[in-house]
Ligand binder design. Structure first.
Ligand code: S3P
Length: 428
């Protein structure tokens, strides 16, 4: 499918709320399925990735009903989970894959997992290696590096694991295996990654403590069901925050966005680059702060973006690269080699796409160098099946009078099915 993007109005004004957070929606379904009782999830993200998580637990016999953004999970707890009779389709979802492997490794049955073409190319050894150290019986292509993967669940040993890469999915997968294993499992990381697993497991009654960058979970303590209100996804909000910053005459307010400090790097980057942004923190639900963010058109300045902030902006780098192409000066992004393992190699896909649109941008091993003040032009572009590249292209098209062709816009439904509705609401 090709979408022709040519917007006659180029400024964005108004107030929207973005759909629920993808990471939190996944975890709410997973932990609700592991807990005995009824879990009500509100403002659930009904994007394709989170629907893959629902489908996975339905395949294991959990009763899950959804009415738009409200999901009810009714589970008999871990003992009630049944061996899936068919292979589990993870679609495009890395989070479902890595977290589910932690759970399935410790359950007393066999399961098989597969995904779409993109997920089939993404590395799974980052999670199968620590799980095998815990005693998990996992096999897959290249000794469990790639999907399809088969798991024969078994009794595991606790582990003290130092994650070699900055990955919340790896941390969470090991913690979930630890949740289902006698004894104390410890996961340590050099740079803190998103901590929704820790916050929500505590809300479900797990015996979990956080000491700096070390998380300790005492396993085999049953979870108790707990209602979850999902905050708006700051990674989805980021597209409109940047769009407002770089289109003249814009002012956009996004309400009820999750402001967990492990996710708010985009706010720090916008401030660092001189964008007019205000925040109003309103309340905290299940350990997750929620508030409103307002951005006005600005004249952004280039910045060097590196170090501990990278995991806090890992999903926002494509749209930050577009912002940098409009800033004064040269922006350098470093320490972001994890981009190579996303839905696409996002160093390659961002560079190829922004170049096609007329930006001056160079890839590096672990990031990119972006010259500012680019005059973007029309082009034939491709999302390469990556939702965040698709949305970056749509926002870039606001900066040119020419038509931008976007091949494969469908993938945007992975995380933001109502993206074009919200864009149209804000266009003035
Ligand atoms: C996620 C963690 C991040 C992020 C992904 C969602 C999660 O991946 O890019 O979109 O829900 O834990 P990594 O932990 O692999 O960096």
């Amino acid at each position: 499918m090709v979408k022709k993007l040519l917007f006659s109005e180029k400024s964005l004004r108004g107030t929207i709320s973005v759909p629920g957070d993808k990471s939190i929606s996944h975890r709410a379904v997973m932990f609700g399925s592991l807990a005995k009782g009824k879990t009500m999830i509100t403002n659930f993200l009904a994007g394709e990735d989170c629907l893959s998580t629902i489908e996975a637990f339905e395949t294991m016999g959990v009763k899950i009903t959804r009415n738009n953004q409200t999901v009810i999970v009714e589970s008999e707890g871990i003992e009630g989970l049944k061996e899936p009779l068919v292979p589990i389709n993870l679609g495009n979802s890395g989070t479902t894959a890595r977290l589910l492997m932690g759970i399935l490794s410790a359950l007393p049955f066999h399961s098989t997992l597969y995904g779409d073409a993109s997920l089939t190319k993404r590395p799974m050894d980052r999670i199968t290696i620590p799980l095998k150290e815990m005693g998990a019986m996992i096999d897959g292509r290249e000794n469990g590096k790639y999907l399809p993967i088969a798991i024969r669940g078994s009794k595991l040993q606790p582990i003290h694991y130092h994650t070699p890469m900055k990955s919340a999915q790896v941390k969470s997968g090991v913690l979930l295996a630890g949740l289902l294993t006698d004894g104390k499992t410890i996961v340590e990381e050099d740079t803190k990654t998103r901590d929704h697993t820790e916050n929500m497991l505590k809300a479900f009654g797990a015996d979990l403590t956080v000491e700096g960058n070390r998380v300790i979970i005492n396993g085999n303590i049953p979870l108790s069901s707990c209602d979850i209100e999902v905050p708006g996804d700051i990674s989805s909000a980021a597209f409109f925050l940047v769009a407002a910053a770089i289109t003249p005459g814009s002012e956009v307010k996004i309400e009820n966005v999750g402001l967990n400090p492990t996710r708010t790097g985009i706010i720090d980057v916008l401030k660092l680059m001189g964008v007019a942004i205000t925040l109003e923190e309103k309340r905290t639900v299940g350990g997750e702060p929620i508030g409103d963010i307002t951005v006005q058109s600005s004249n952004p300045k280039a910045a060097t973006i590196e170090g501990e902030i990278i995991p806090r902006i890992i999903d926002e780098i494509p749209i930050i690269a577009l912002l940098a192409s409009q800033a004064d000066g040269t922006t350098v992004i470093r320490d972001a080699e994890e981009l190579r393992y996303k839905e696409t190699d996002r160093i390659e896909s961002v560079v190829t796409t922004l170049r096609a649109l007329g930006a001056n941008i160079e890839p590096t091993n672990d990031g990119m160098i972006i010259e500012g003040n680019a005059n973007l032009t029309g082009a034939k572009t491709n999302s390469y099946g990556d939702h965040r590249i698709g949305m970056m292209i749509a926002i870039a098209s606001l900066l040119t009078e020419d038509t931008v062709e976007l091949h494969d816009d469908k993938c945007i439904a992975v995380s933001y099915p109502t993206f074009f509705d919200d864009l149209n609401k804000l266009l003035q």
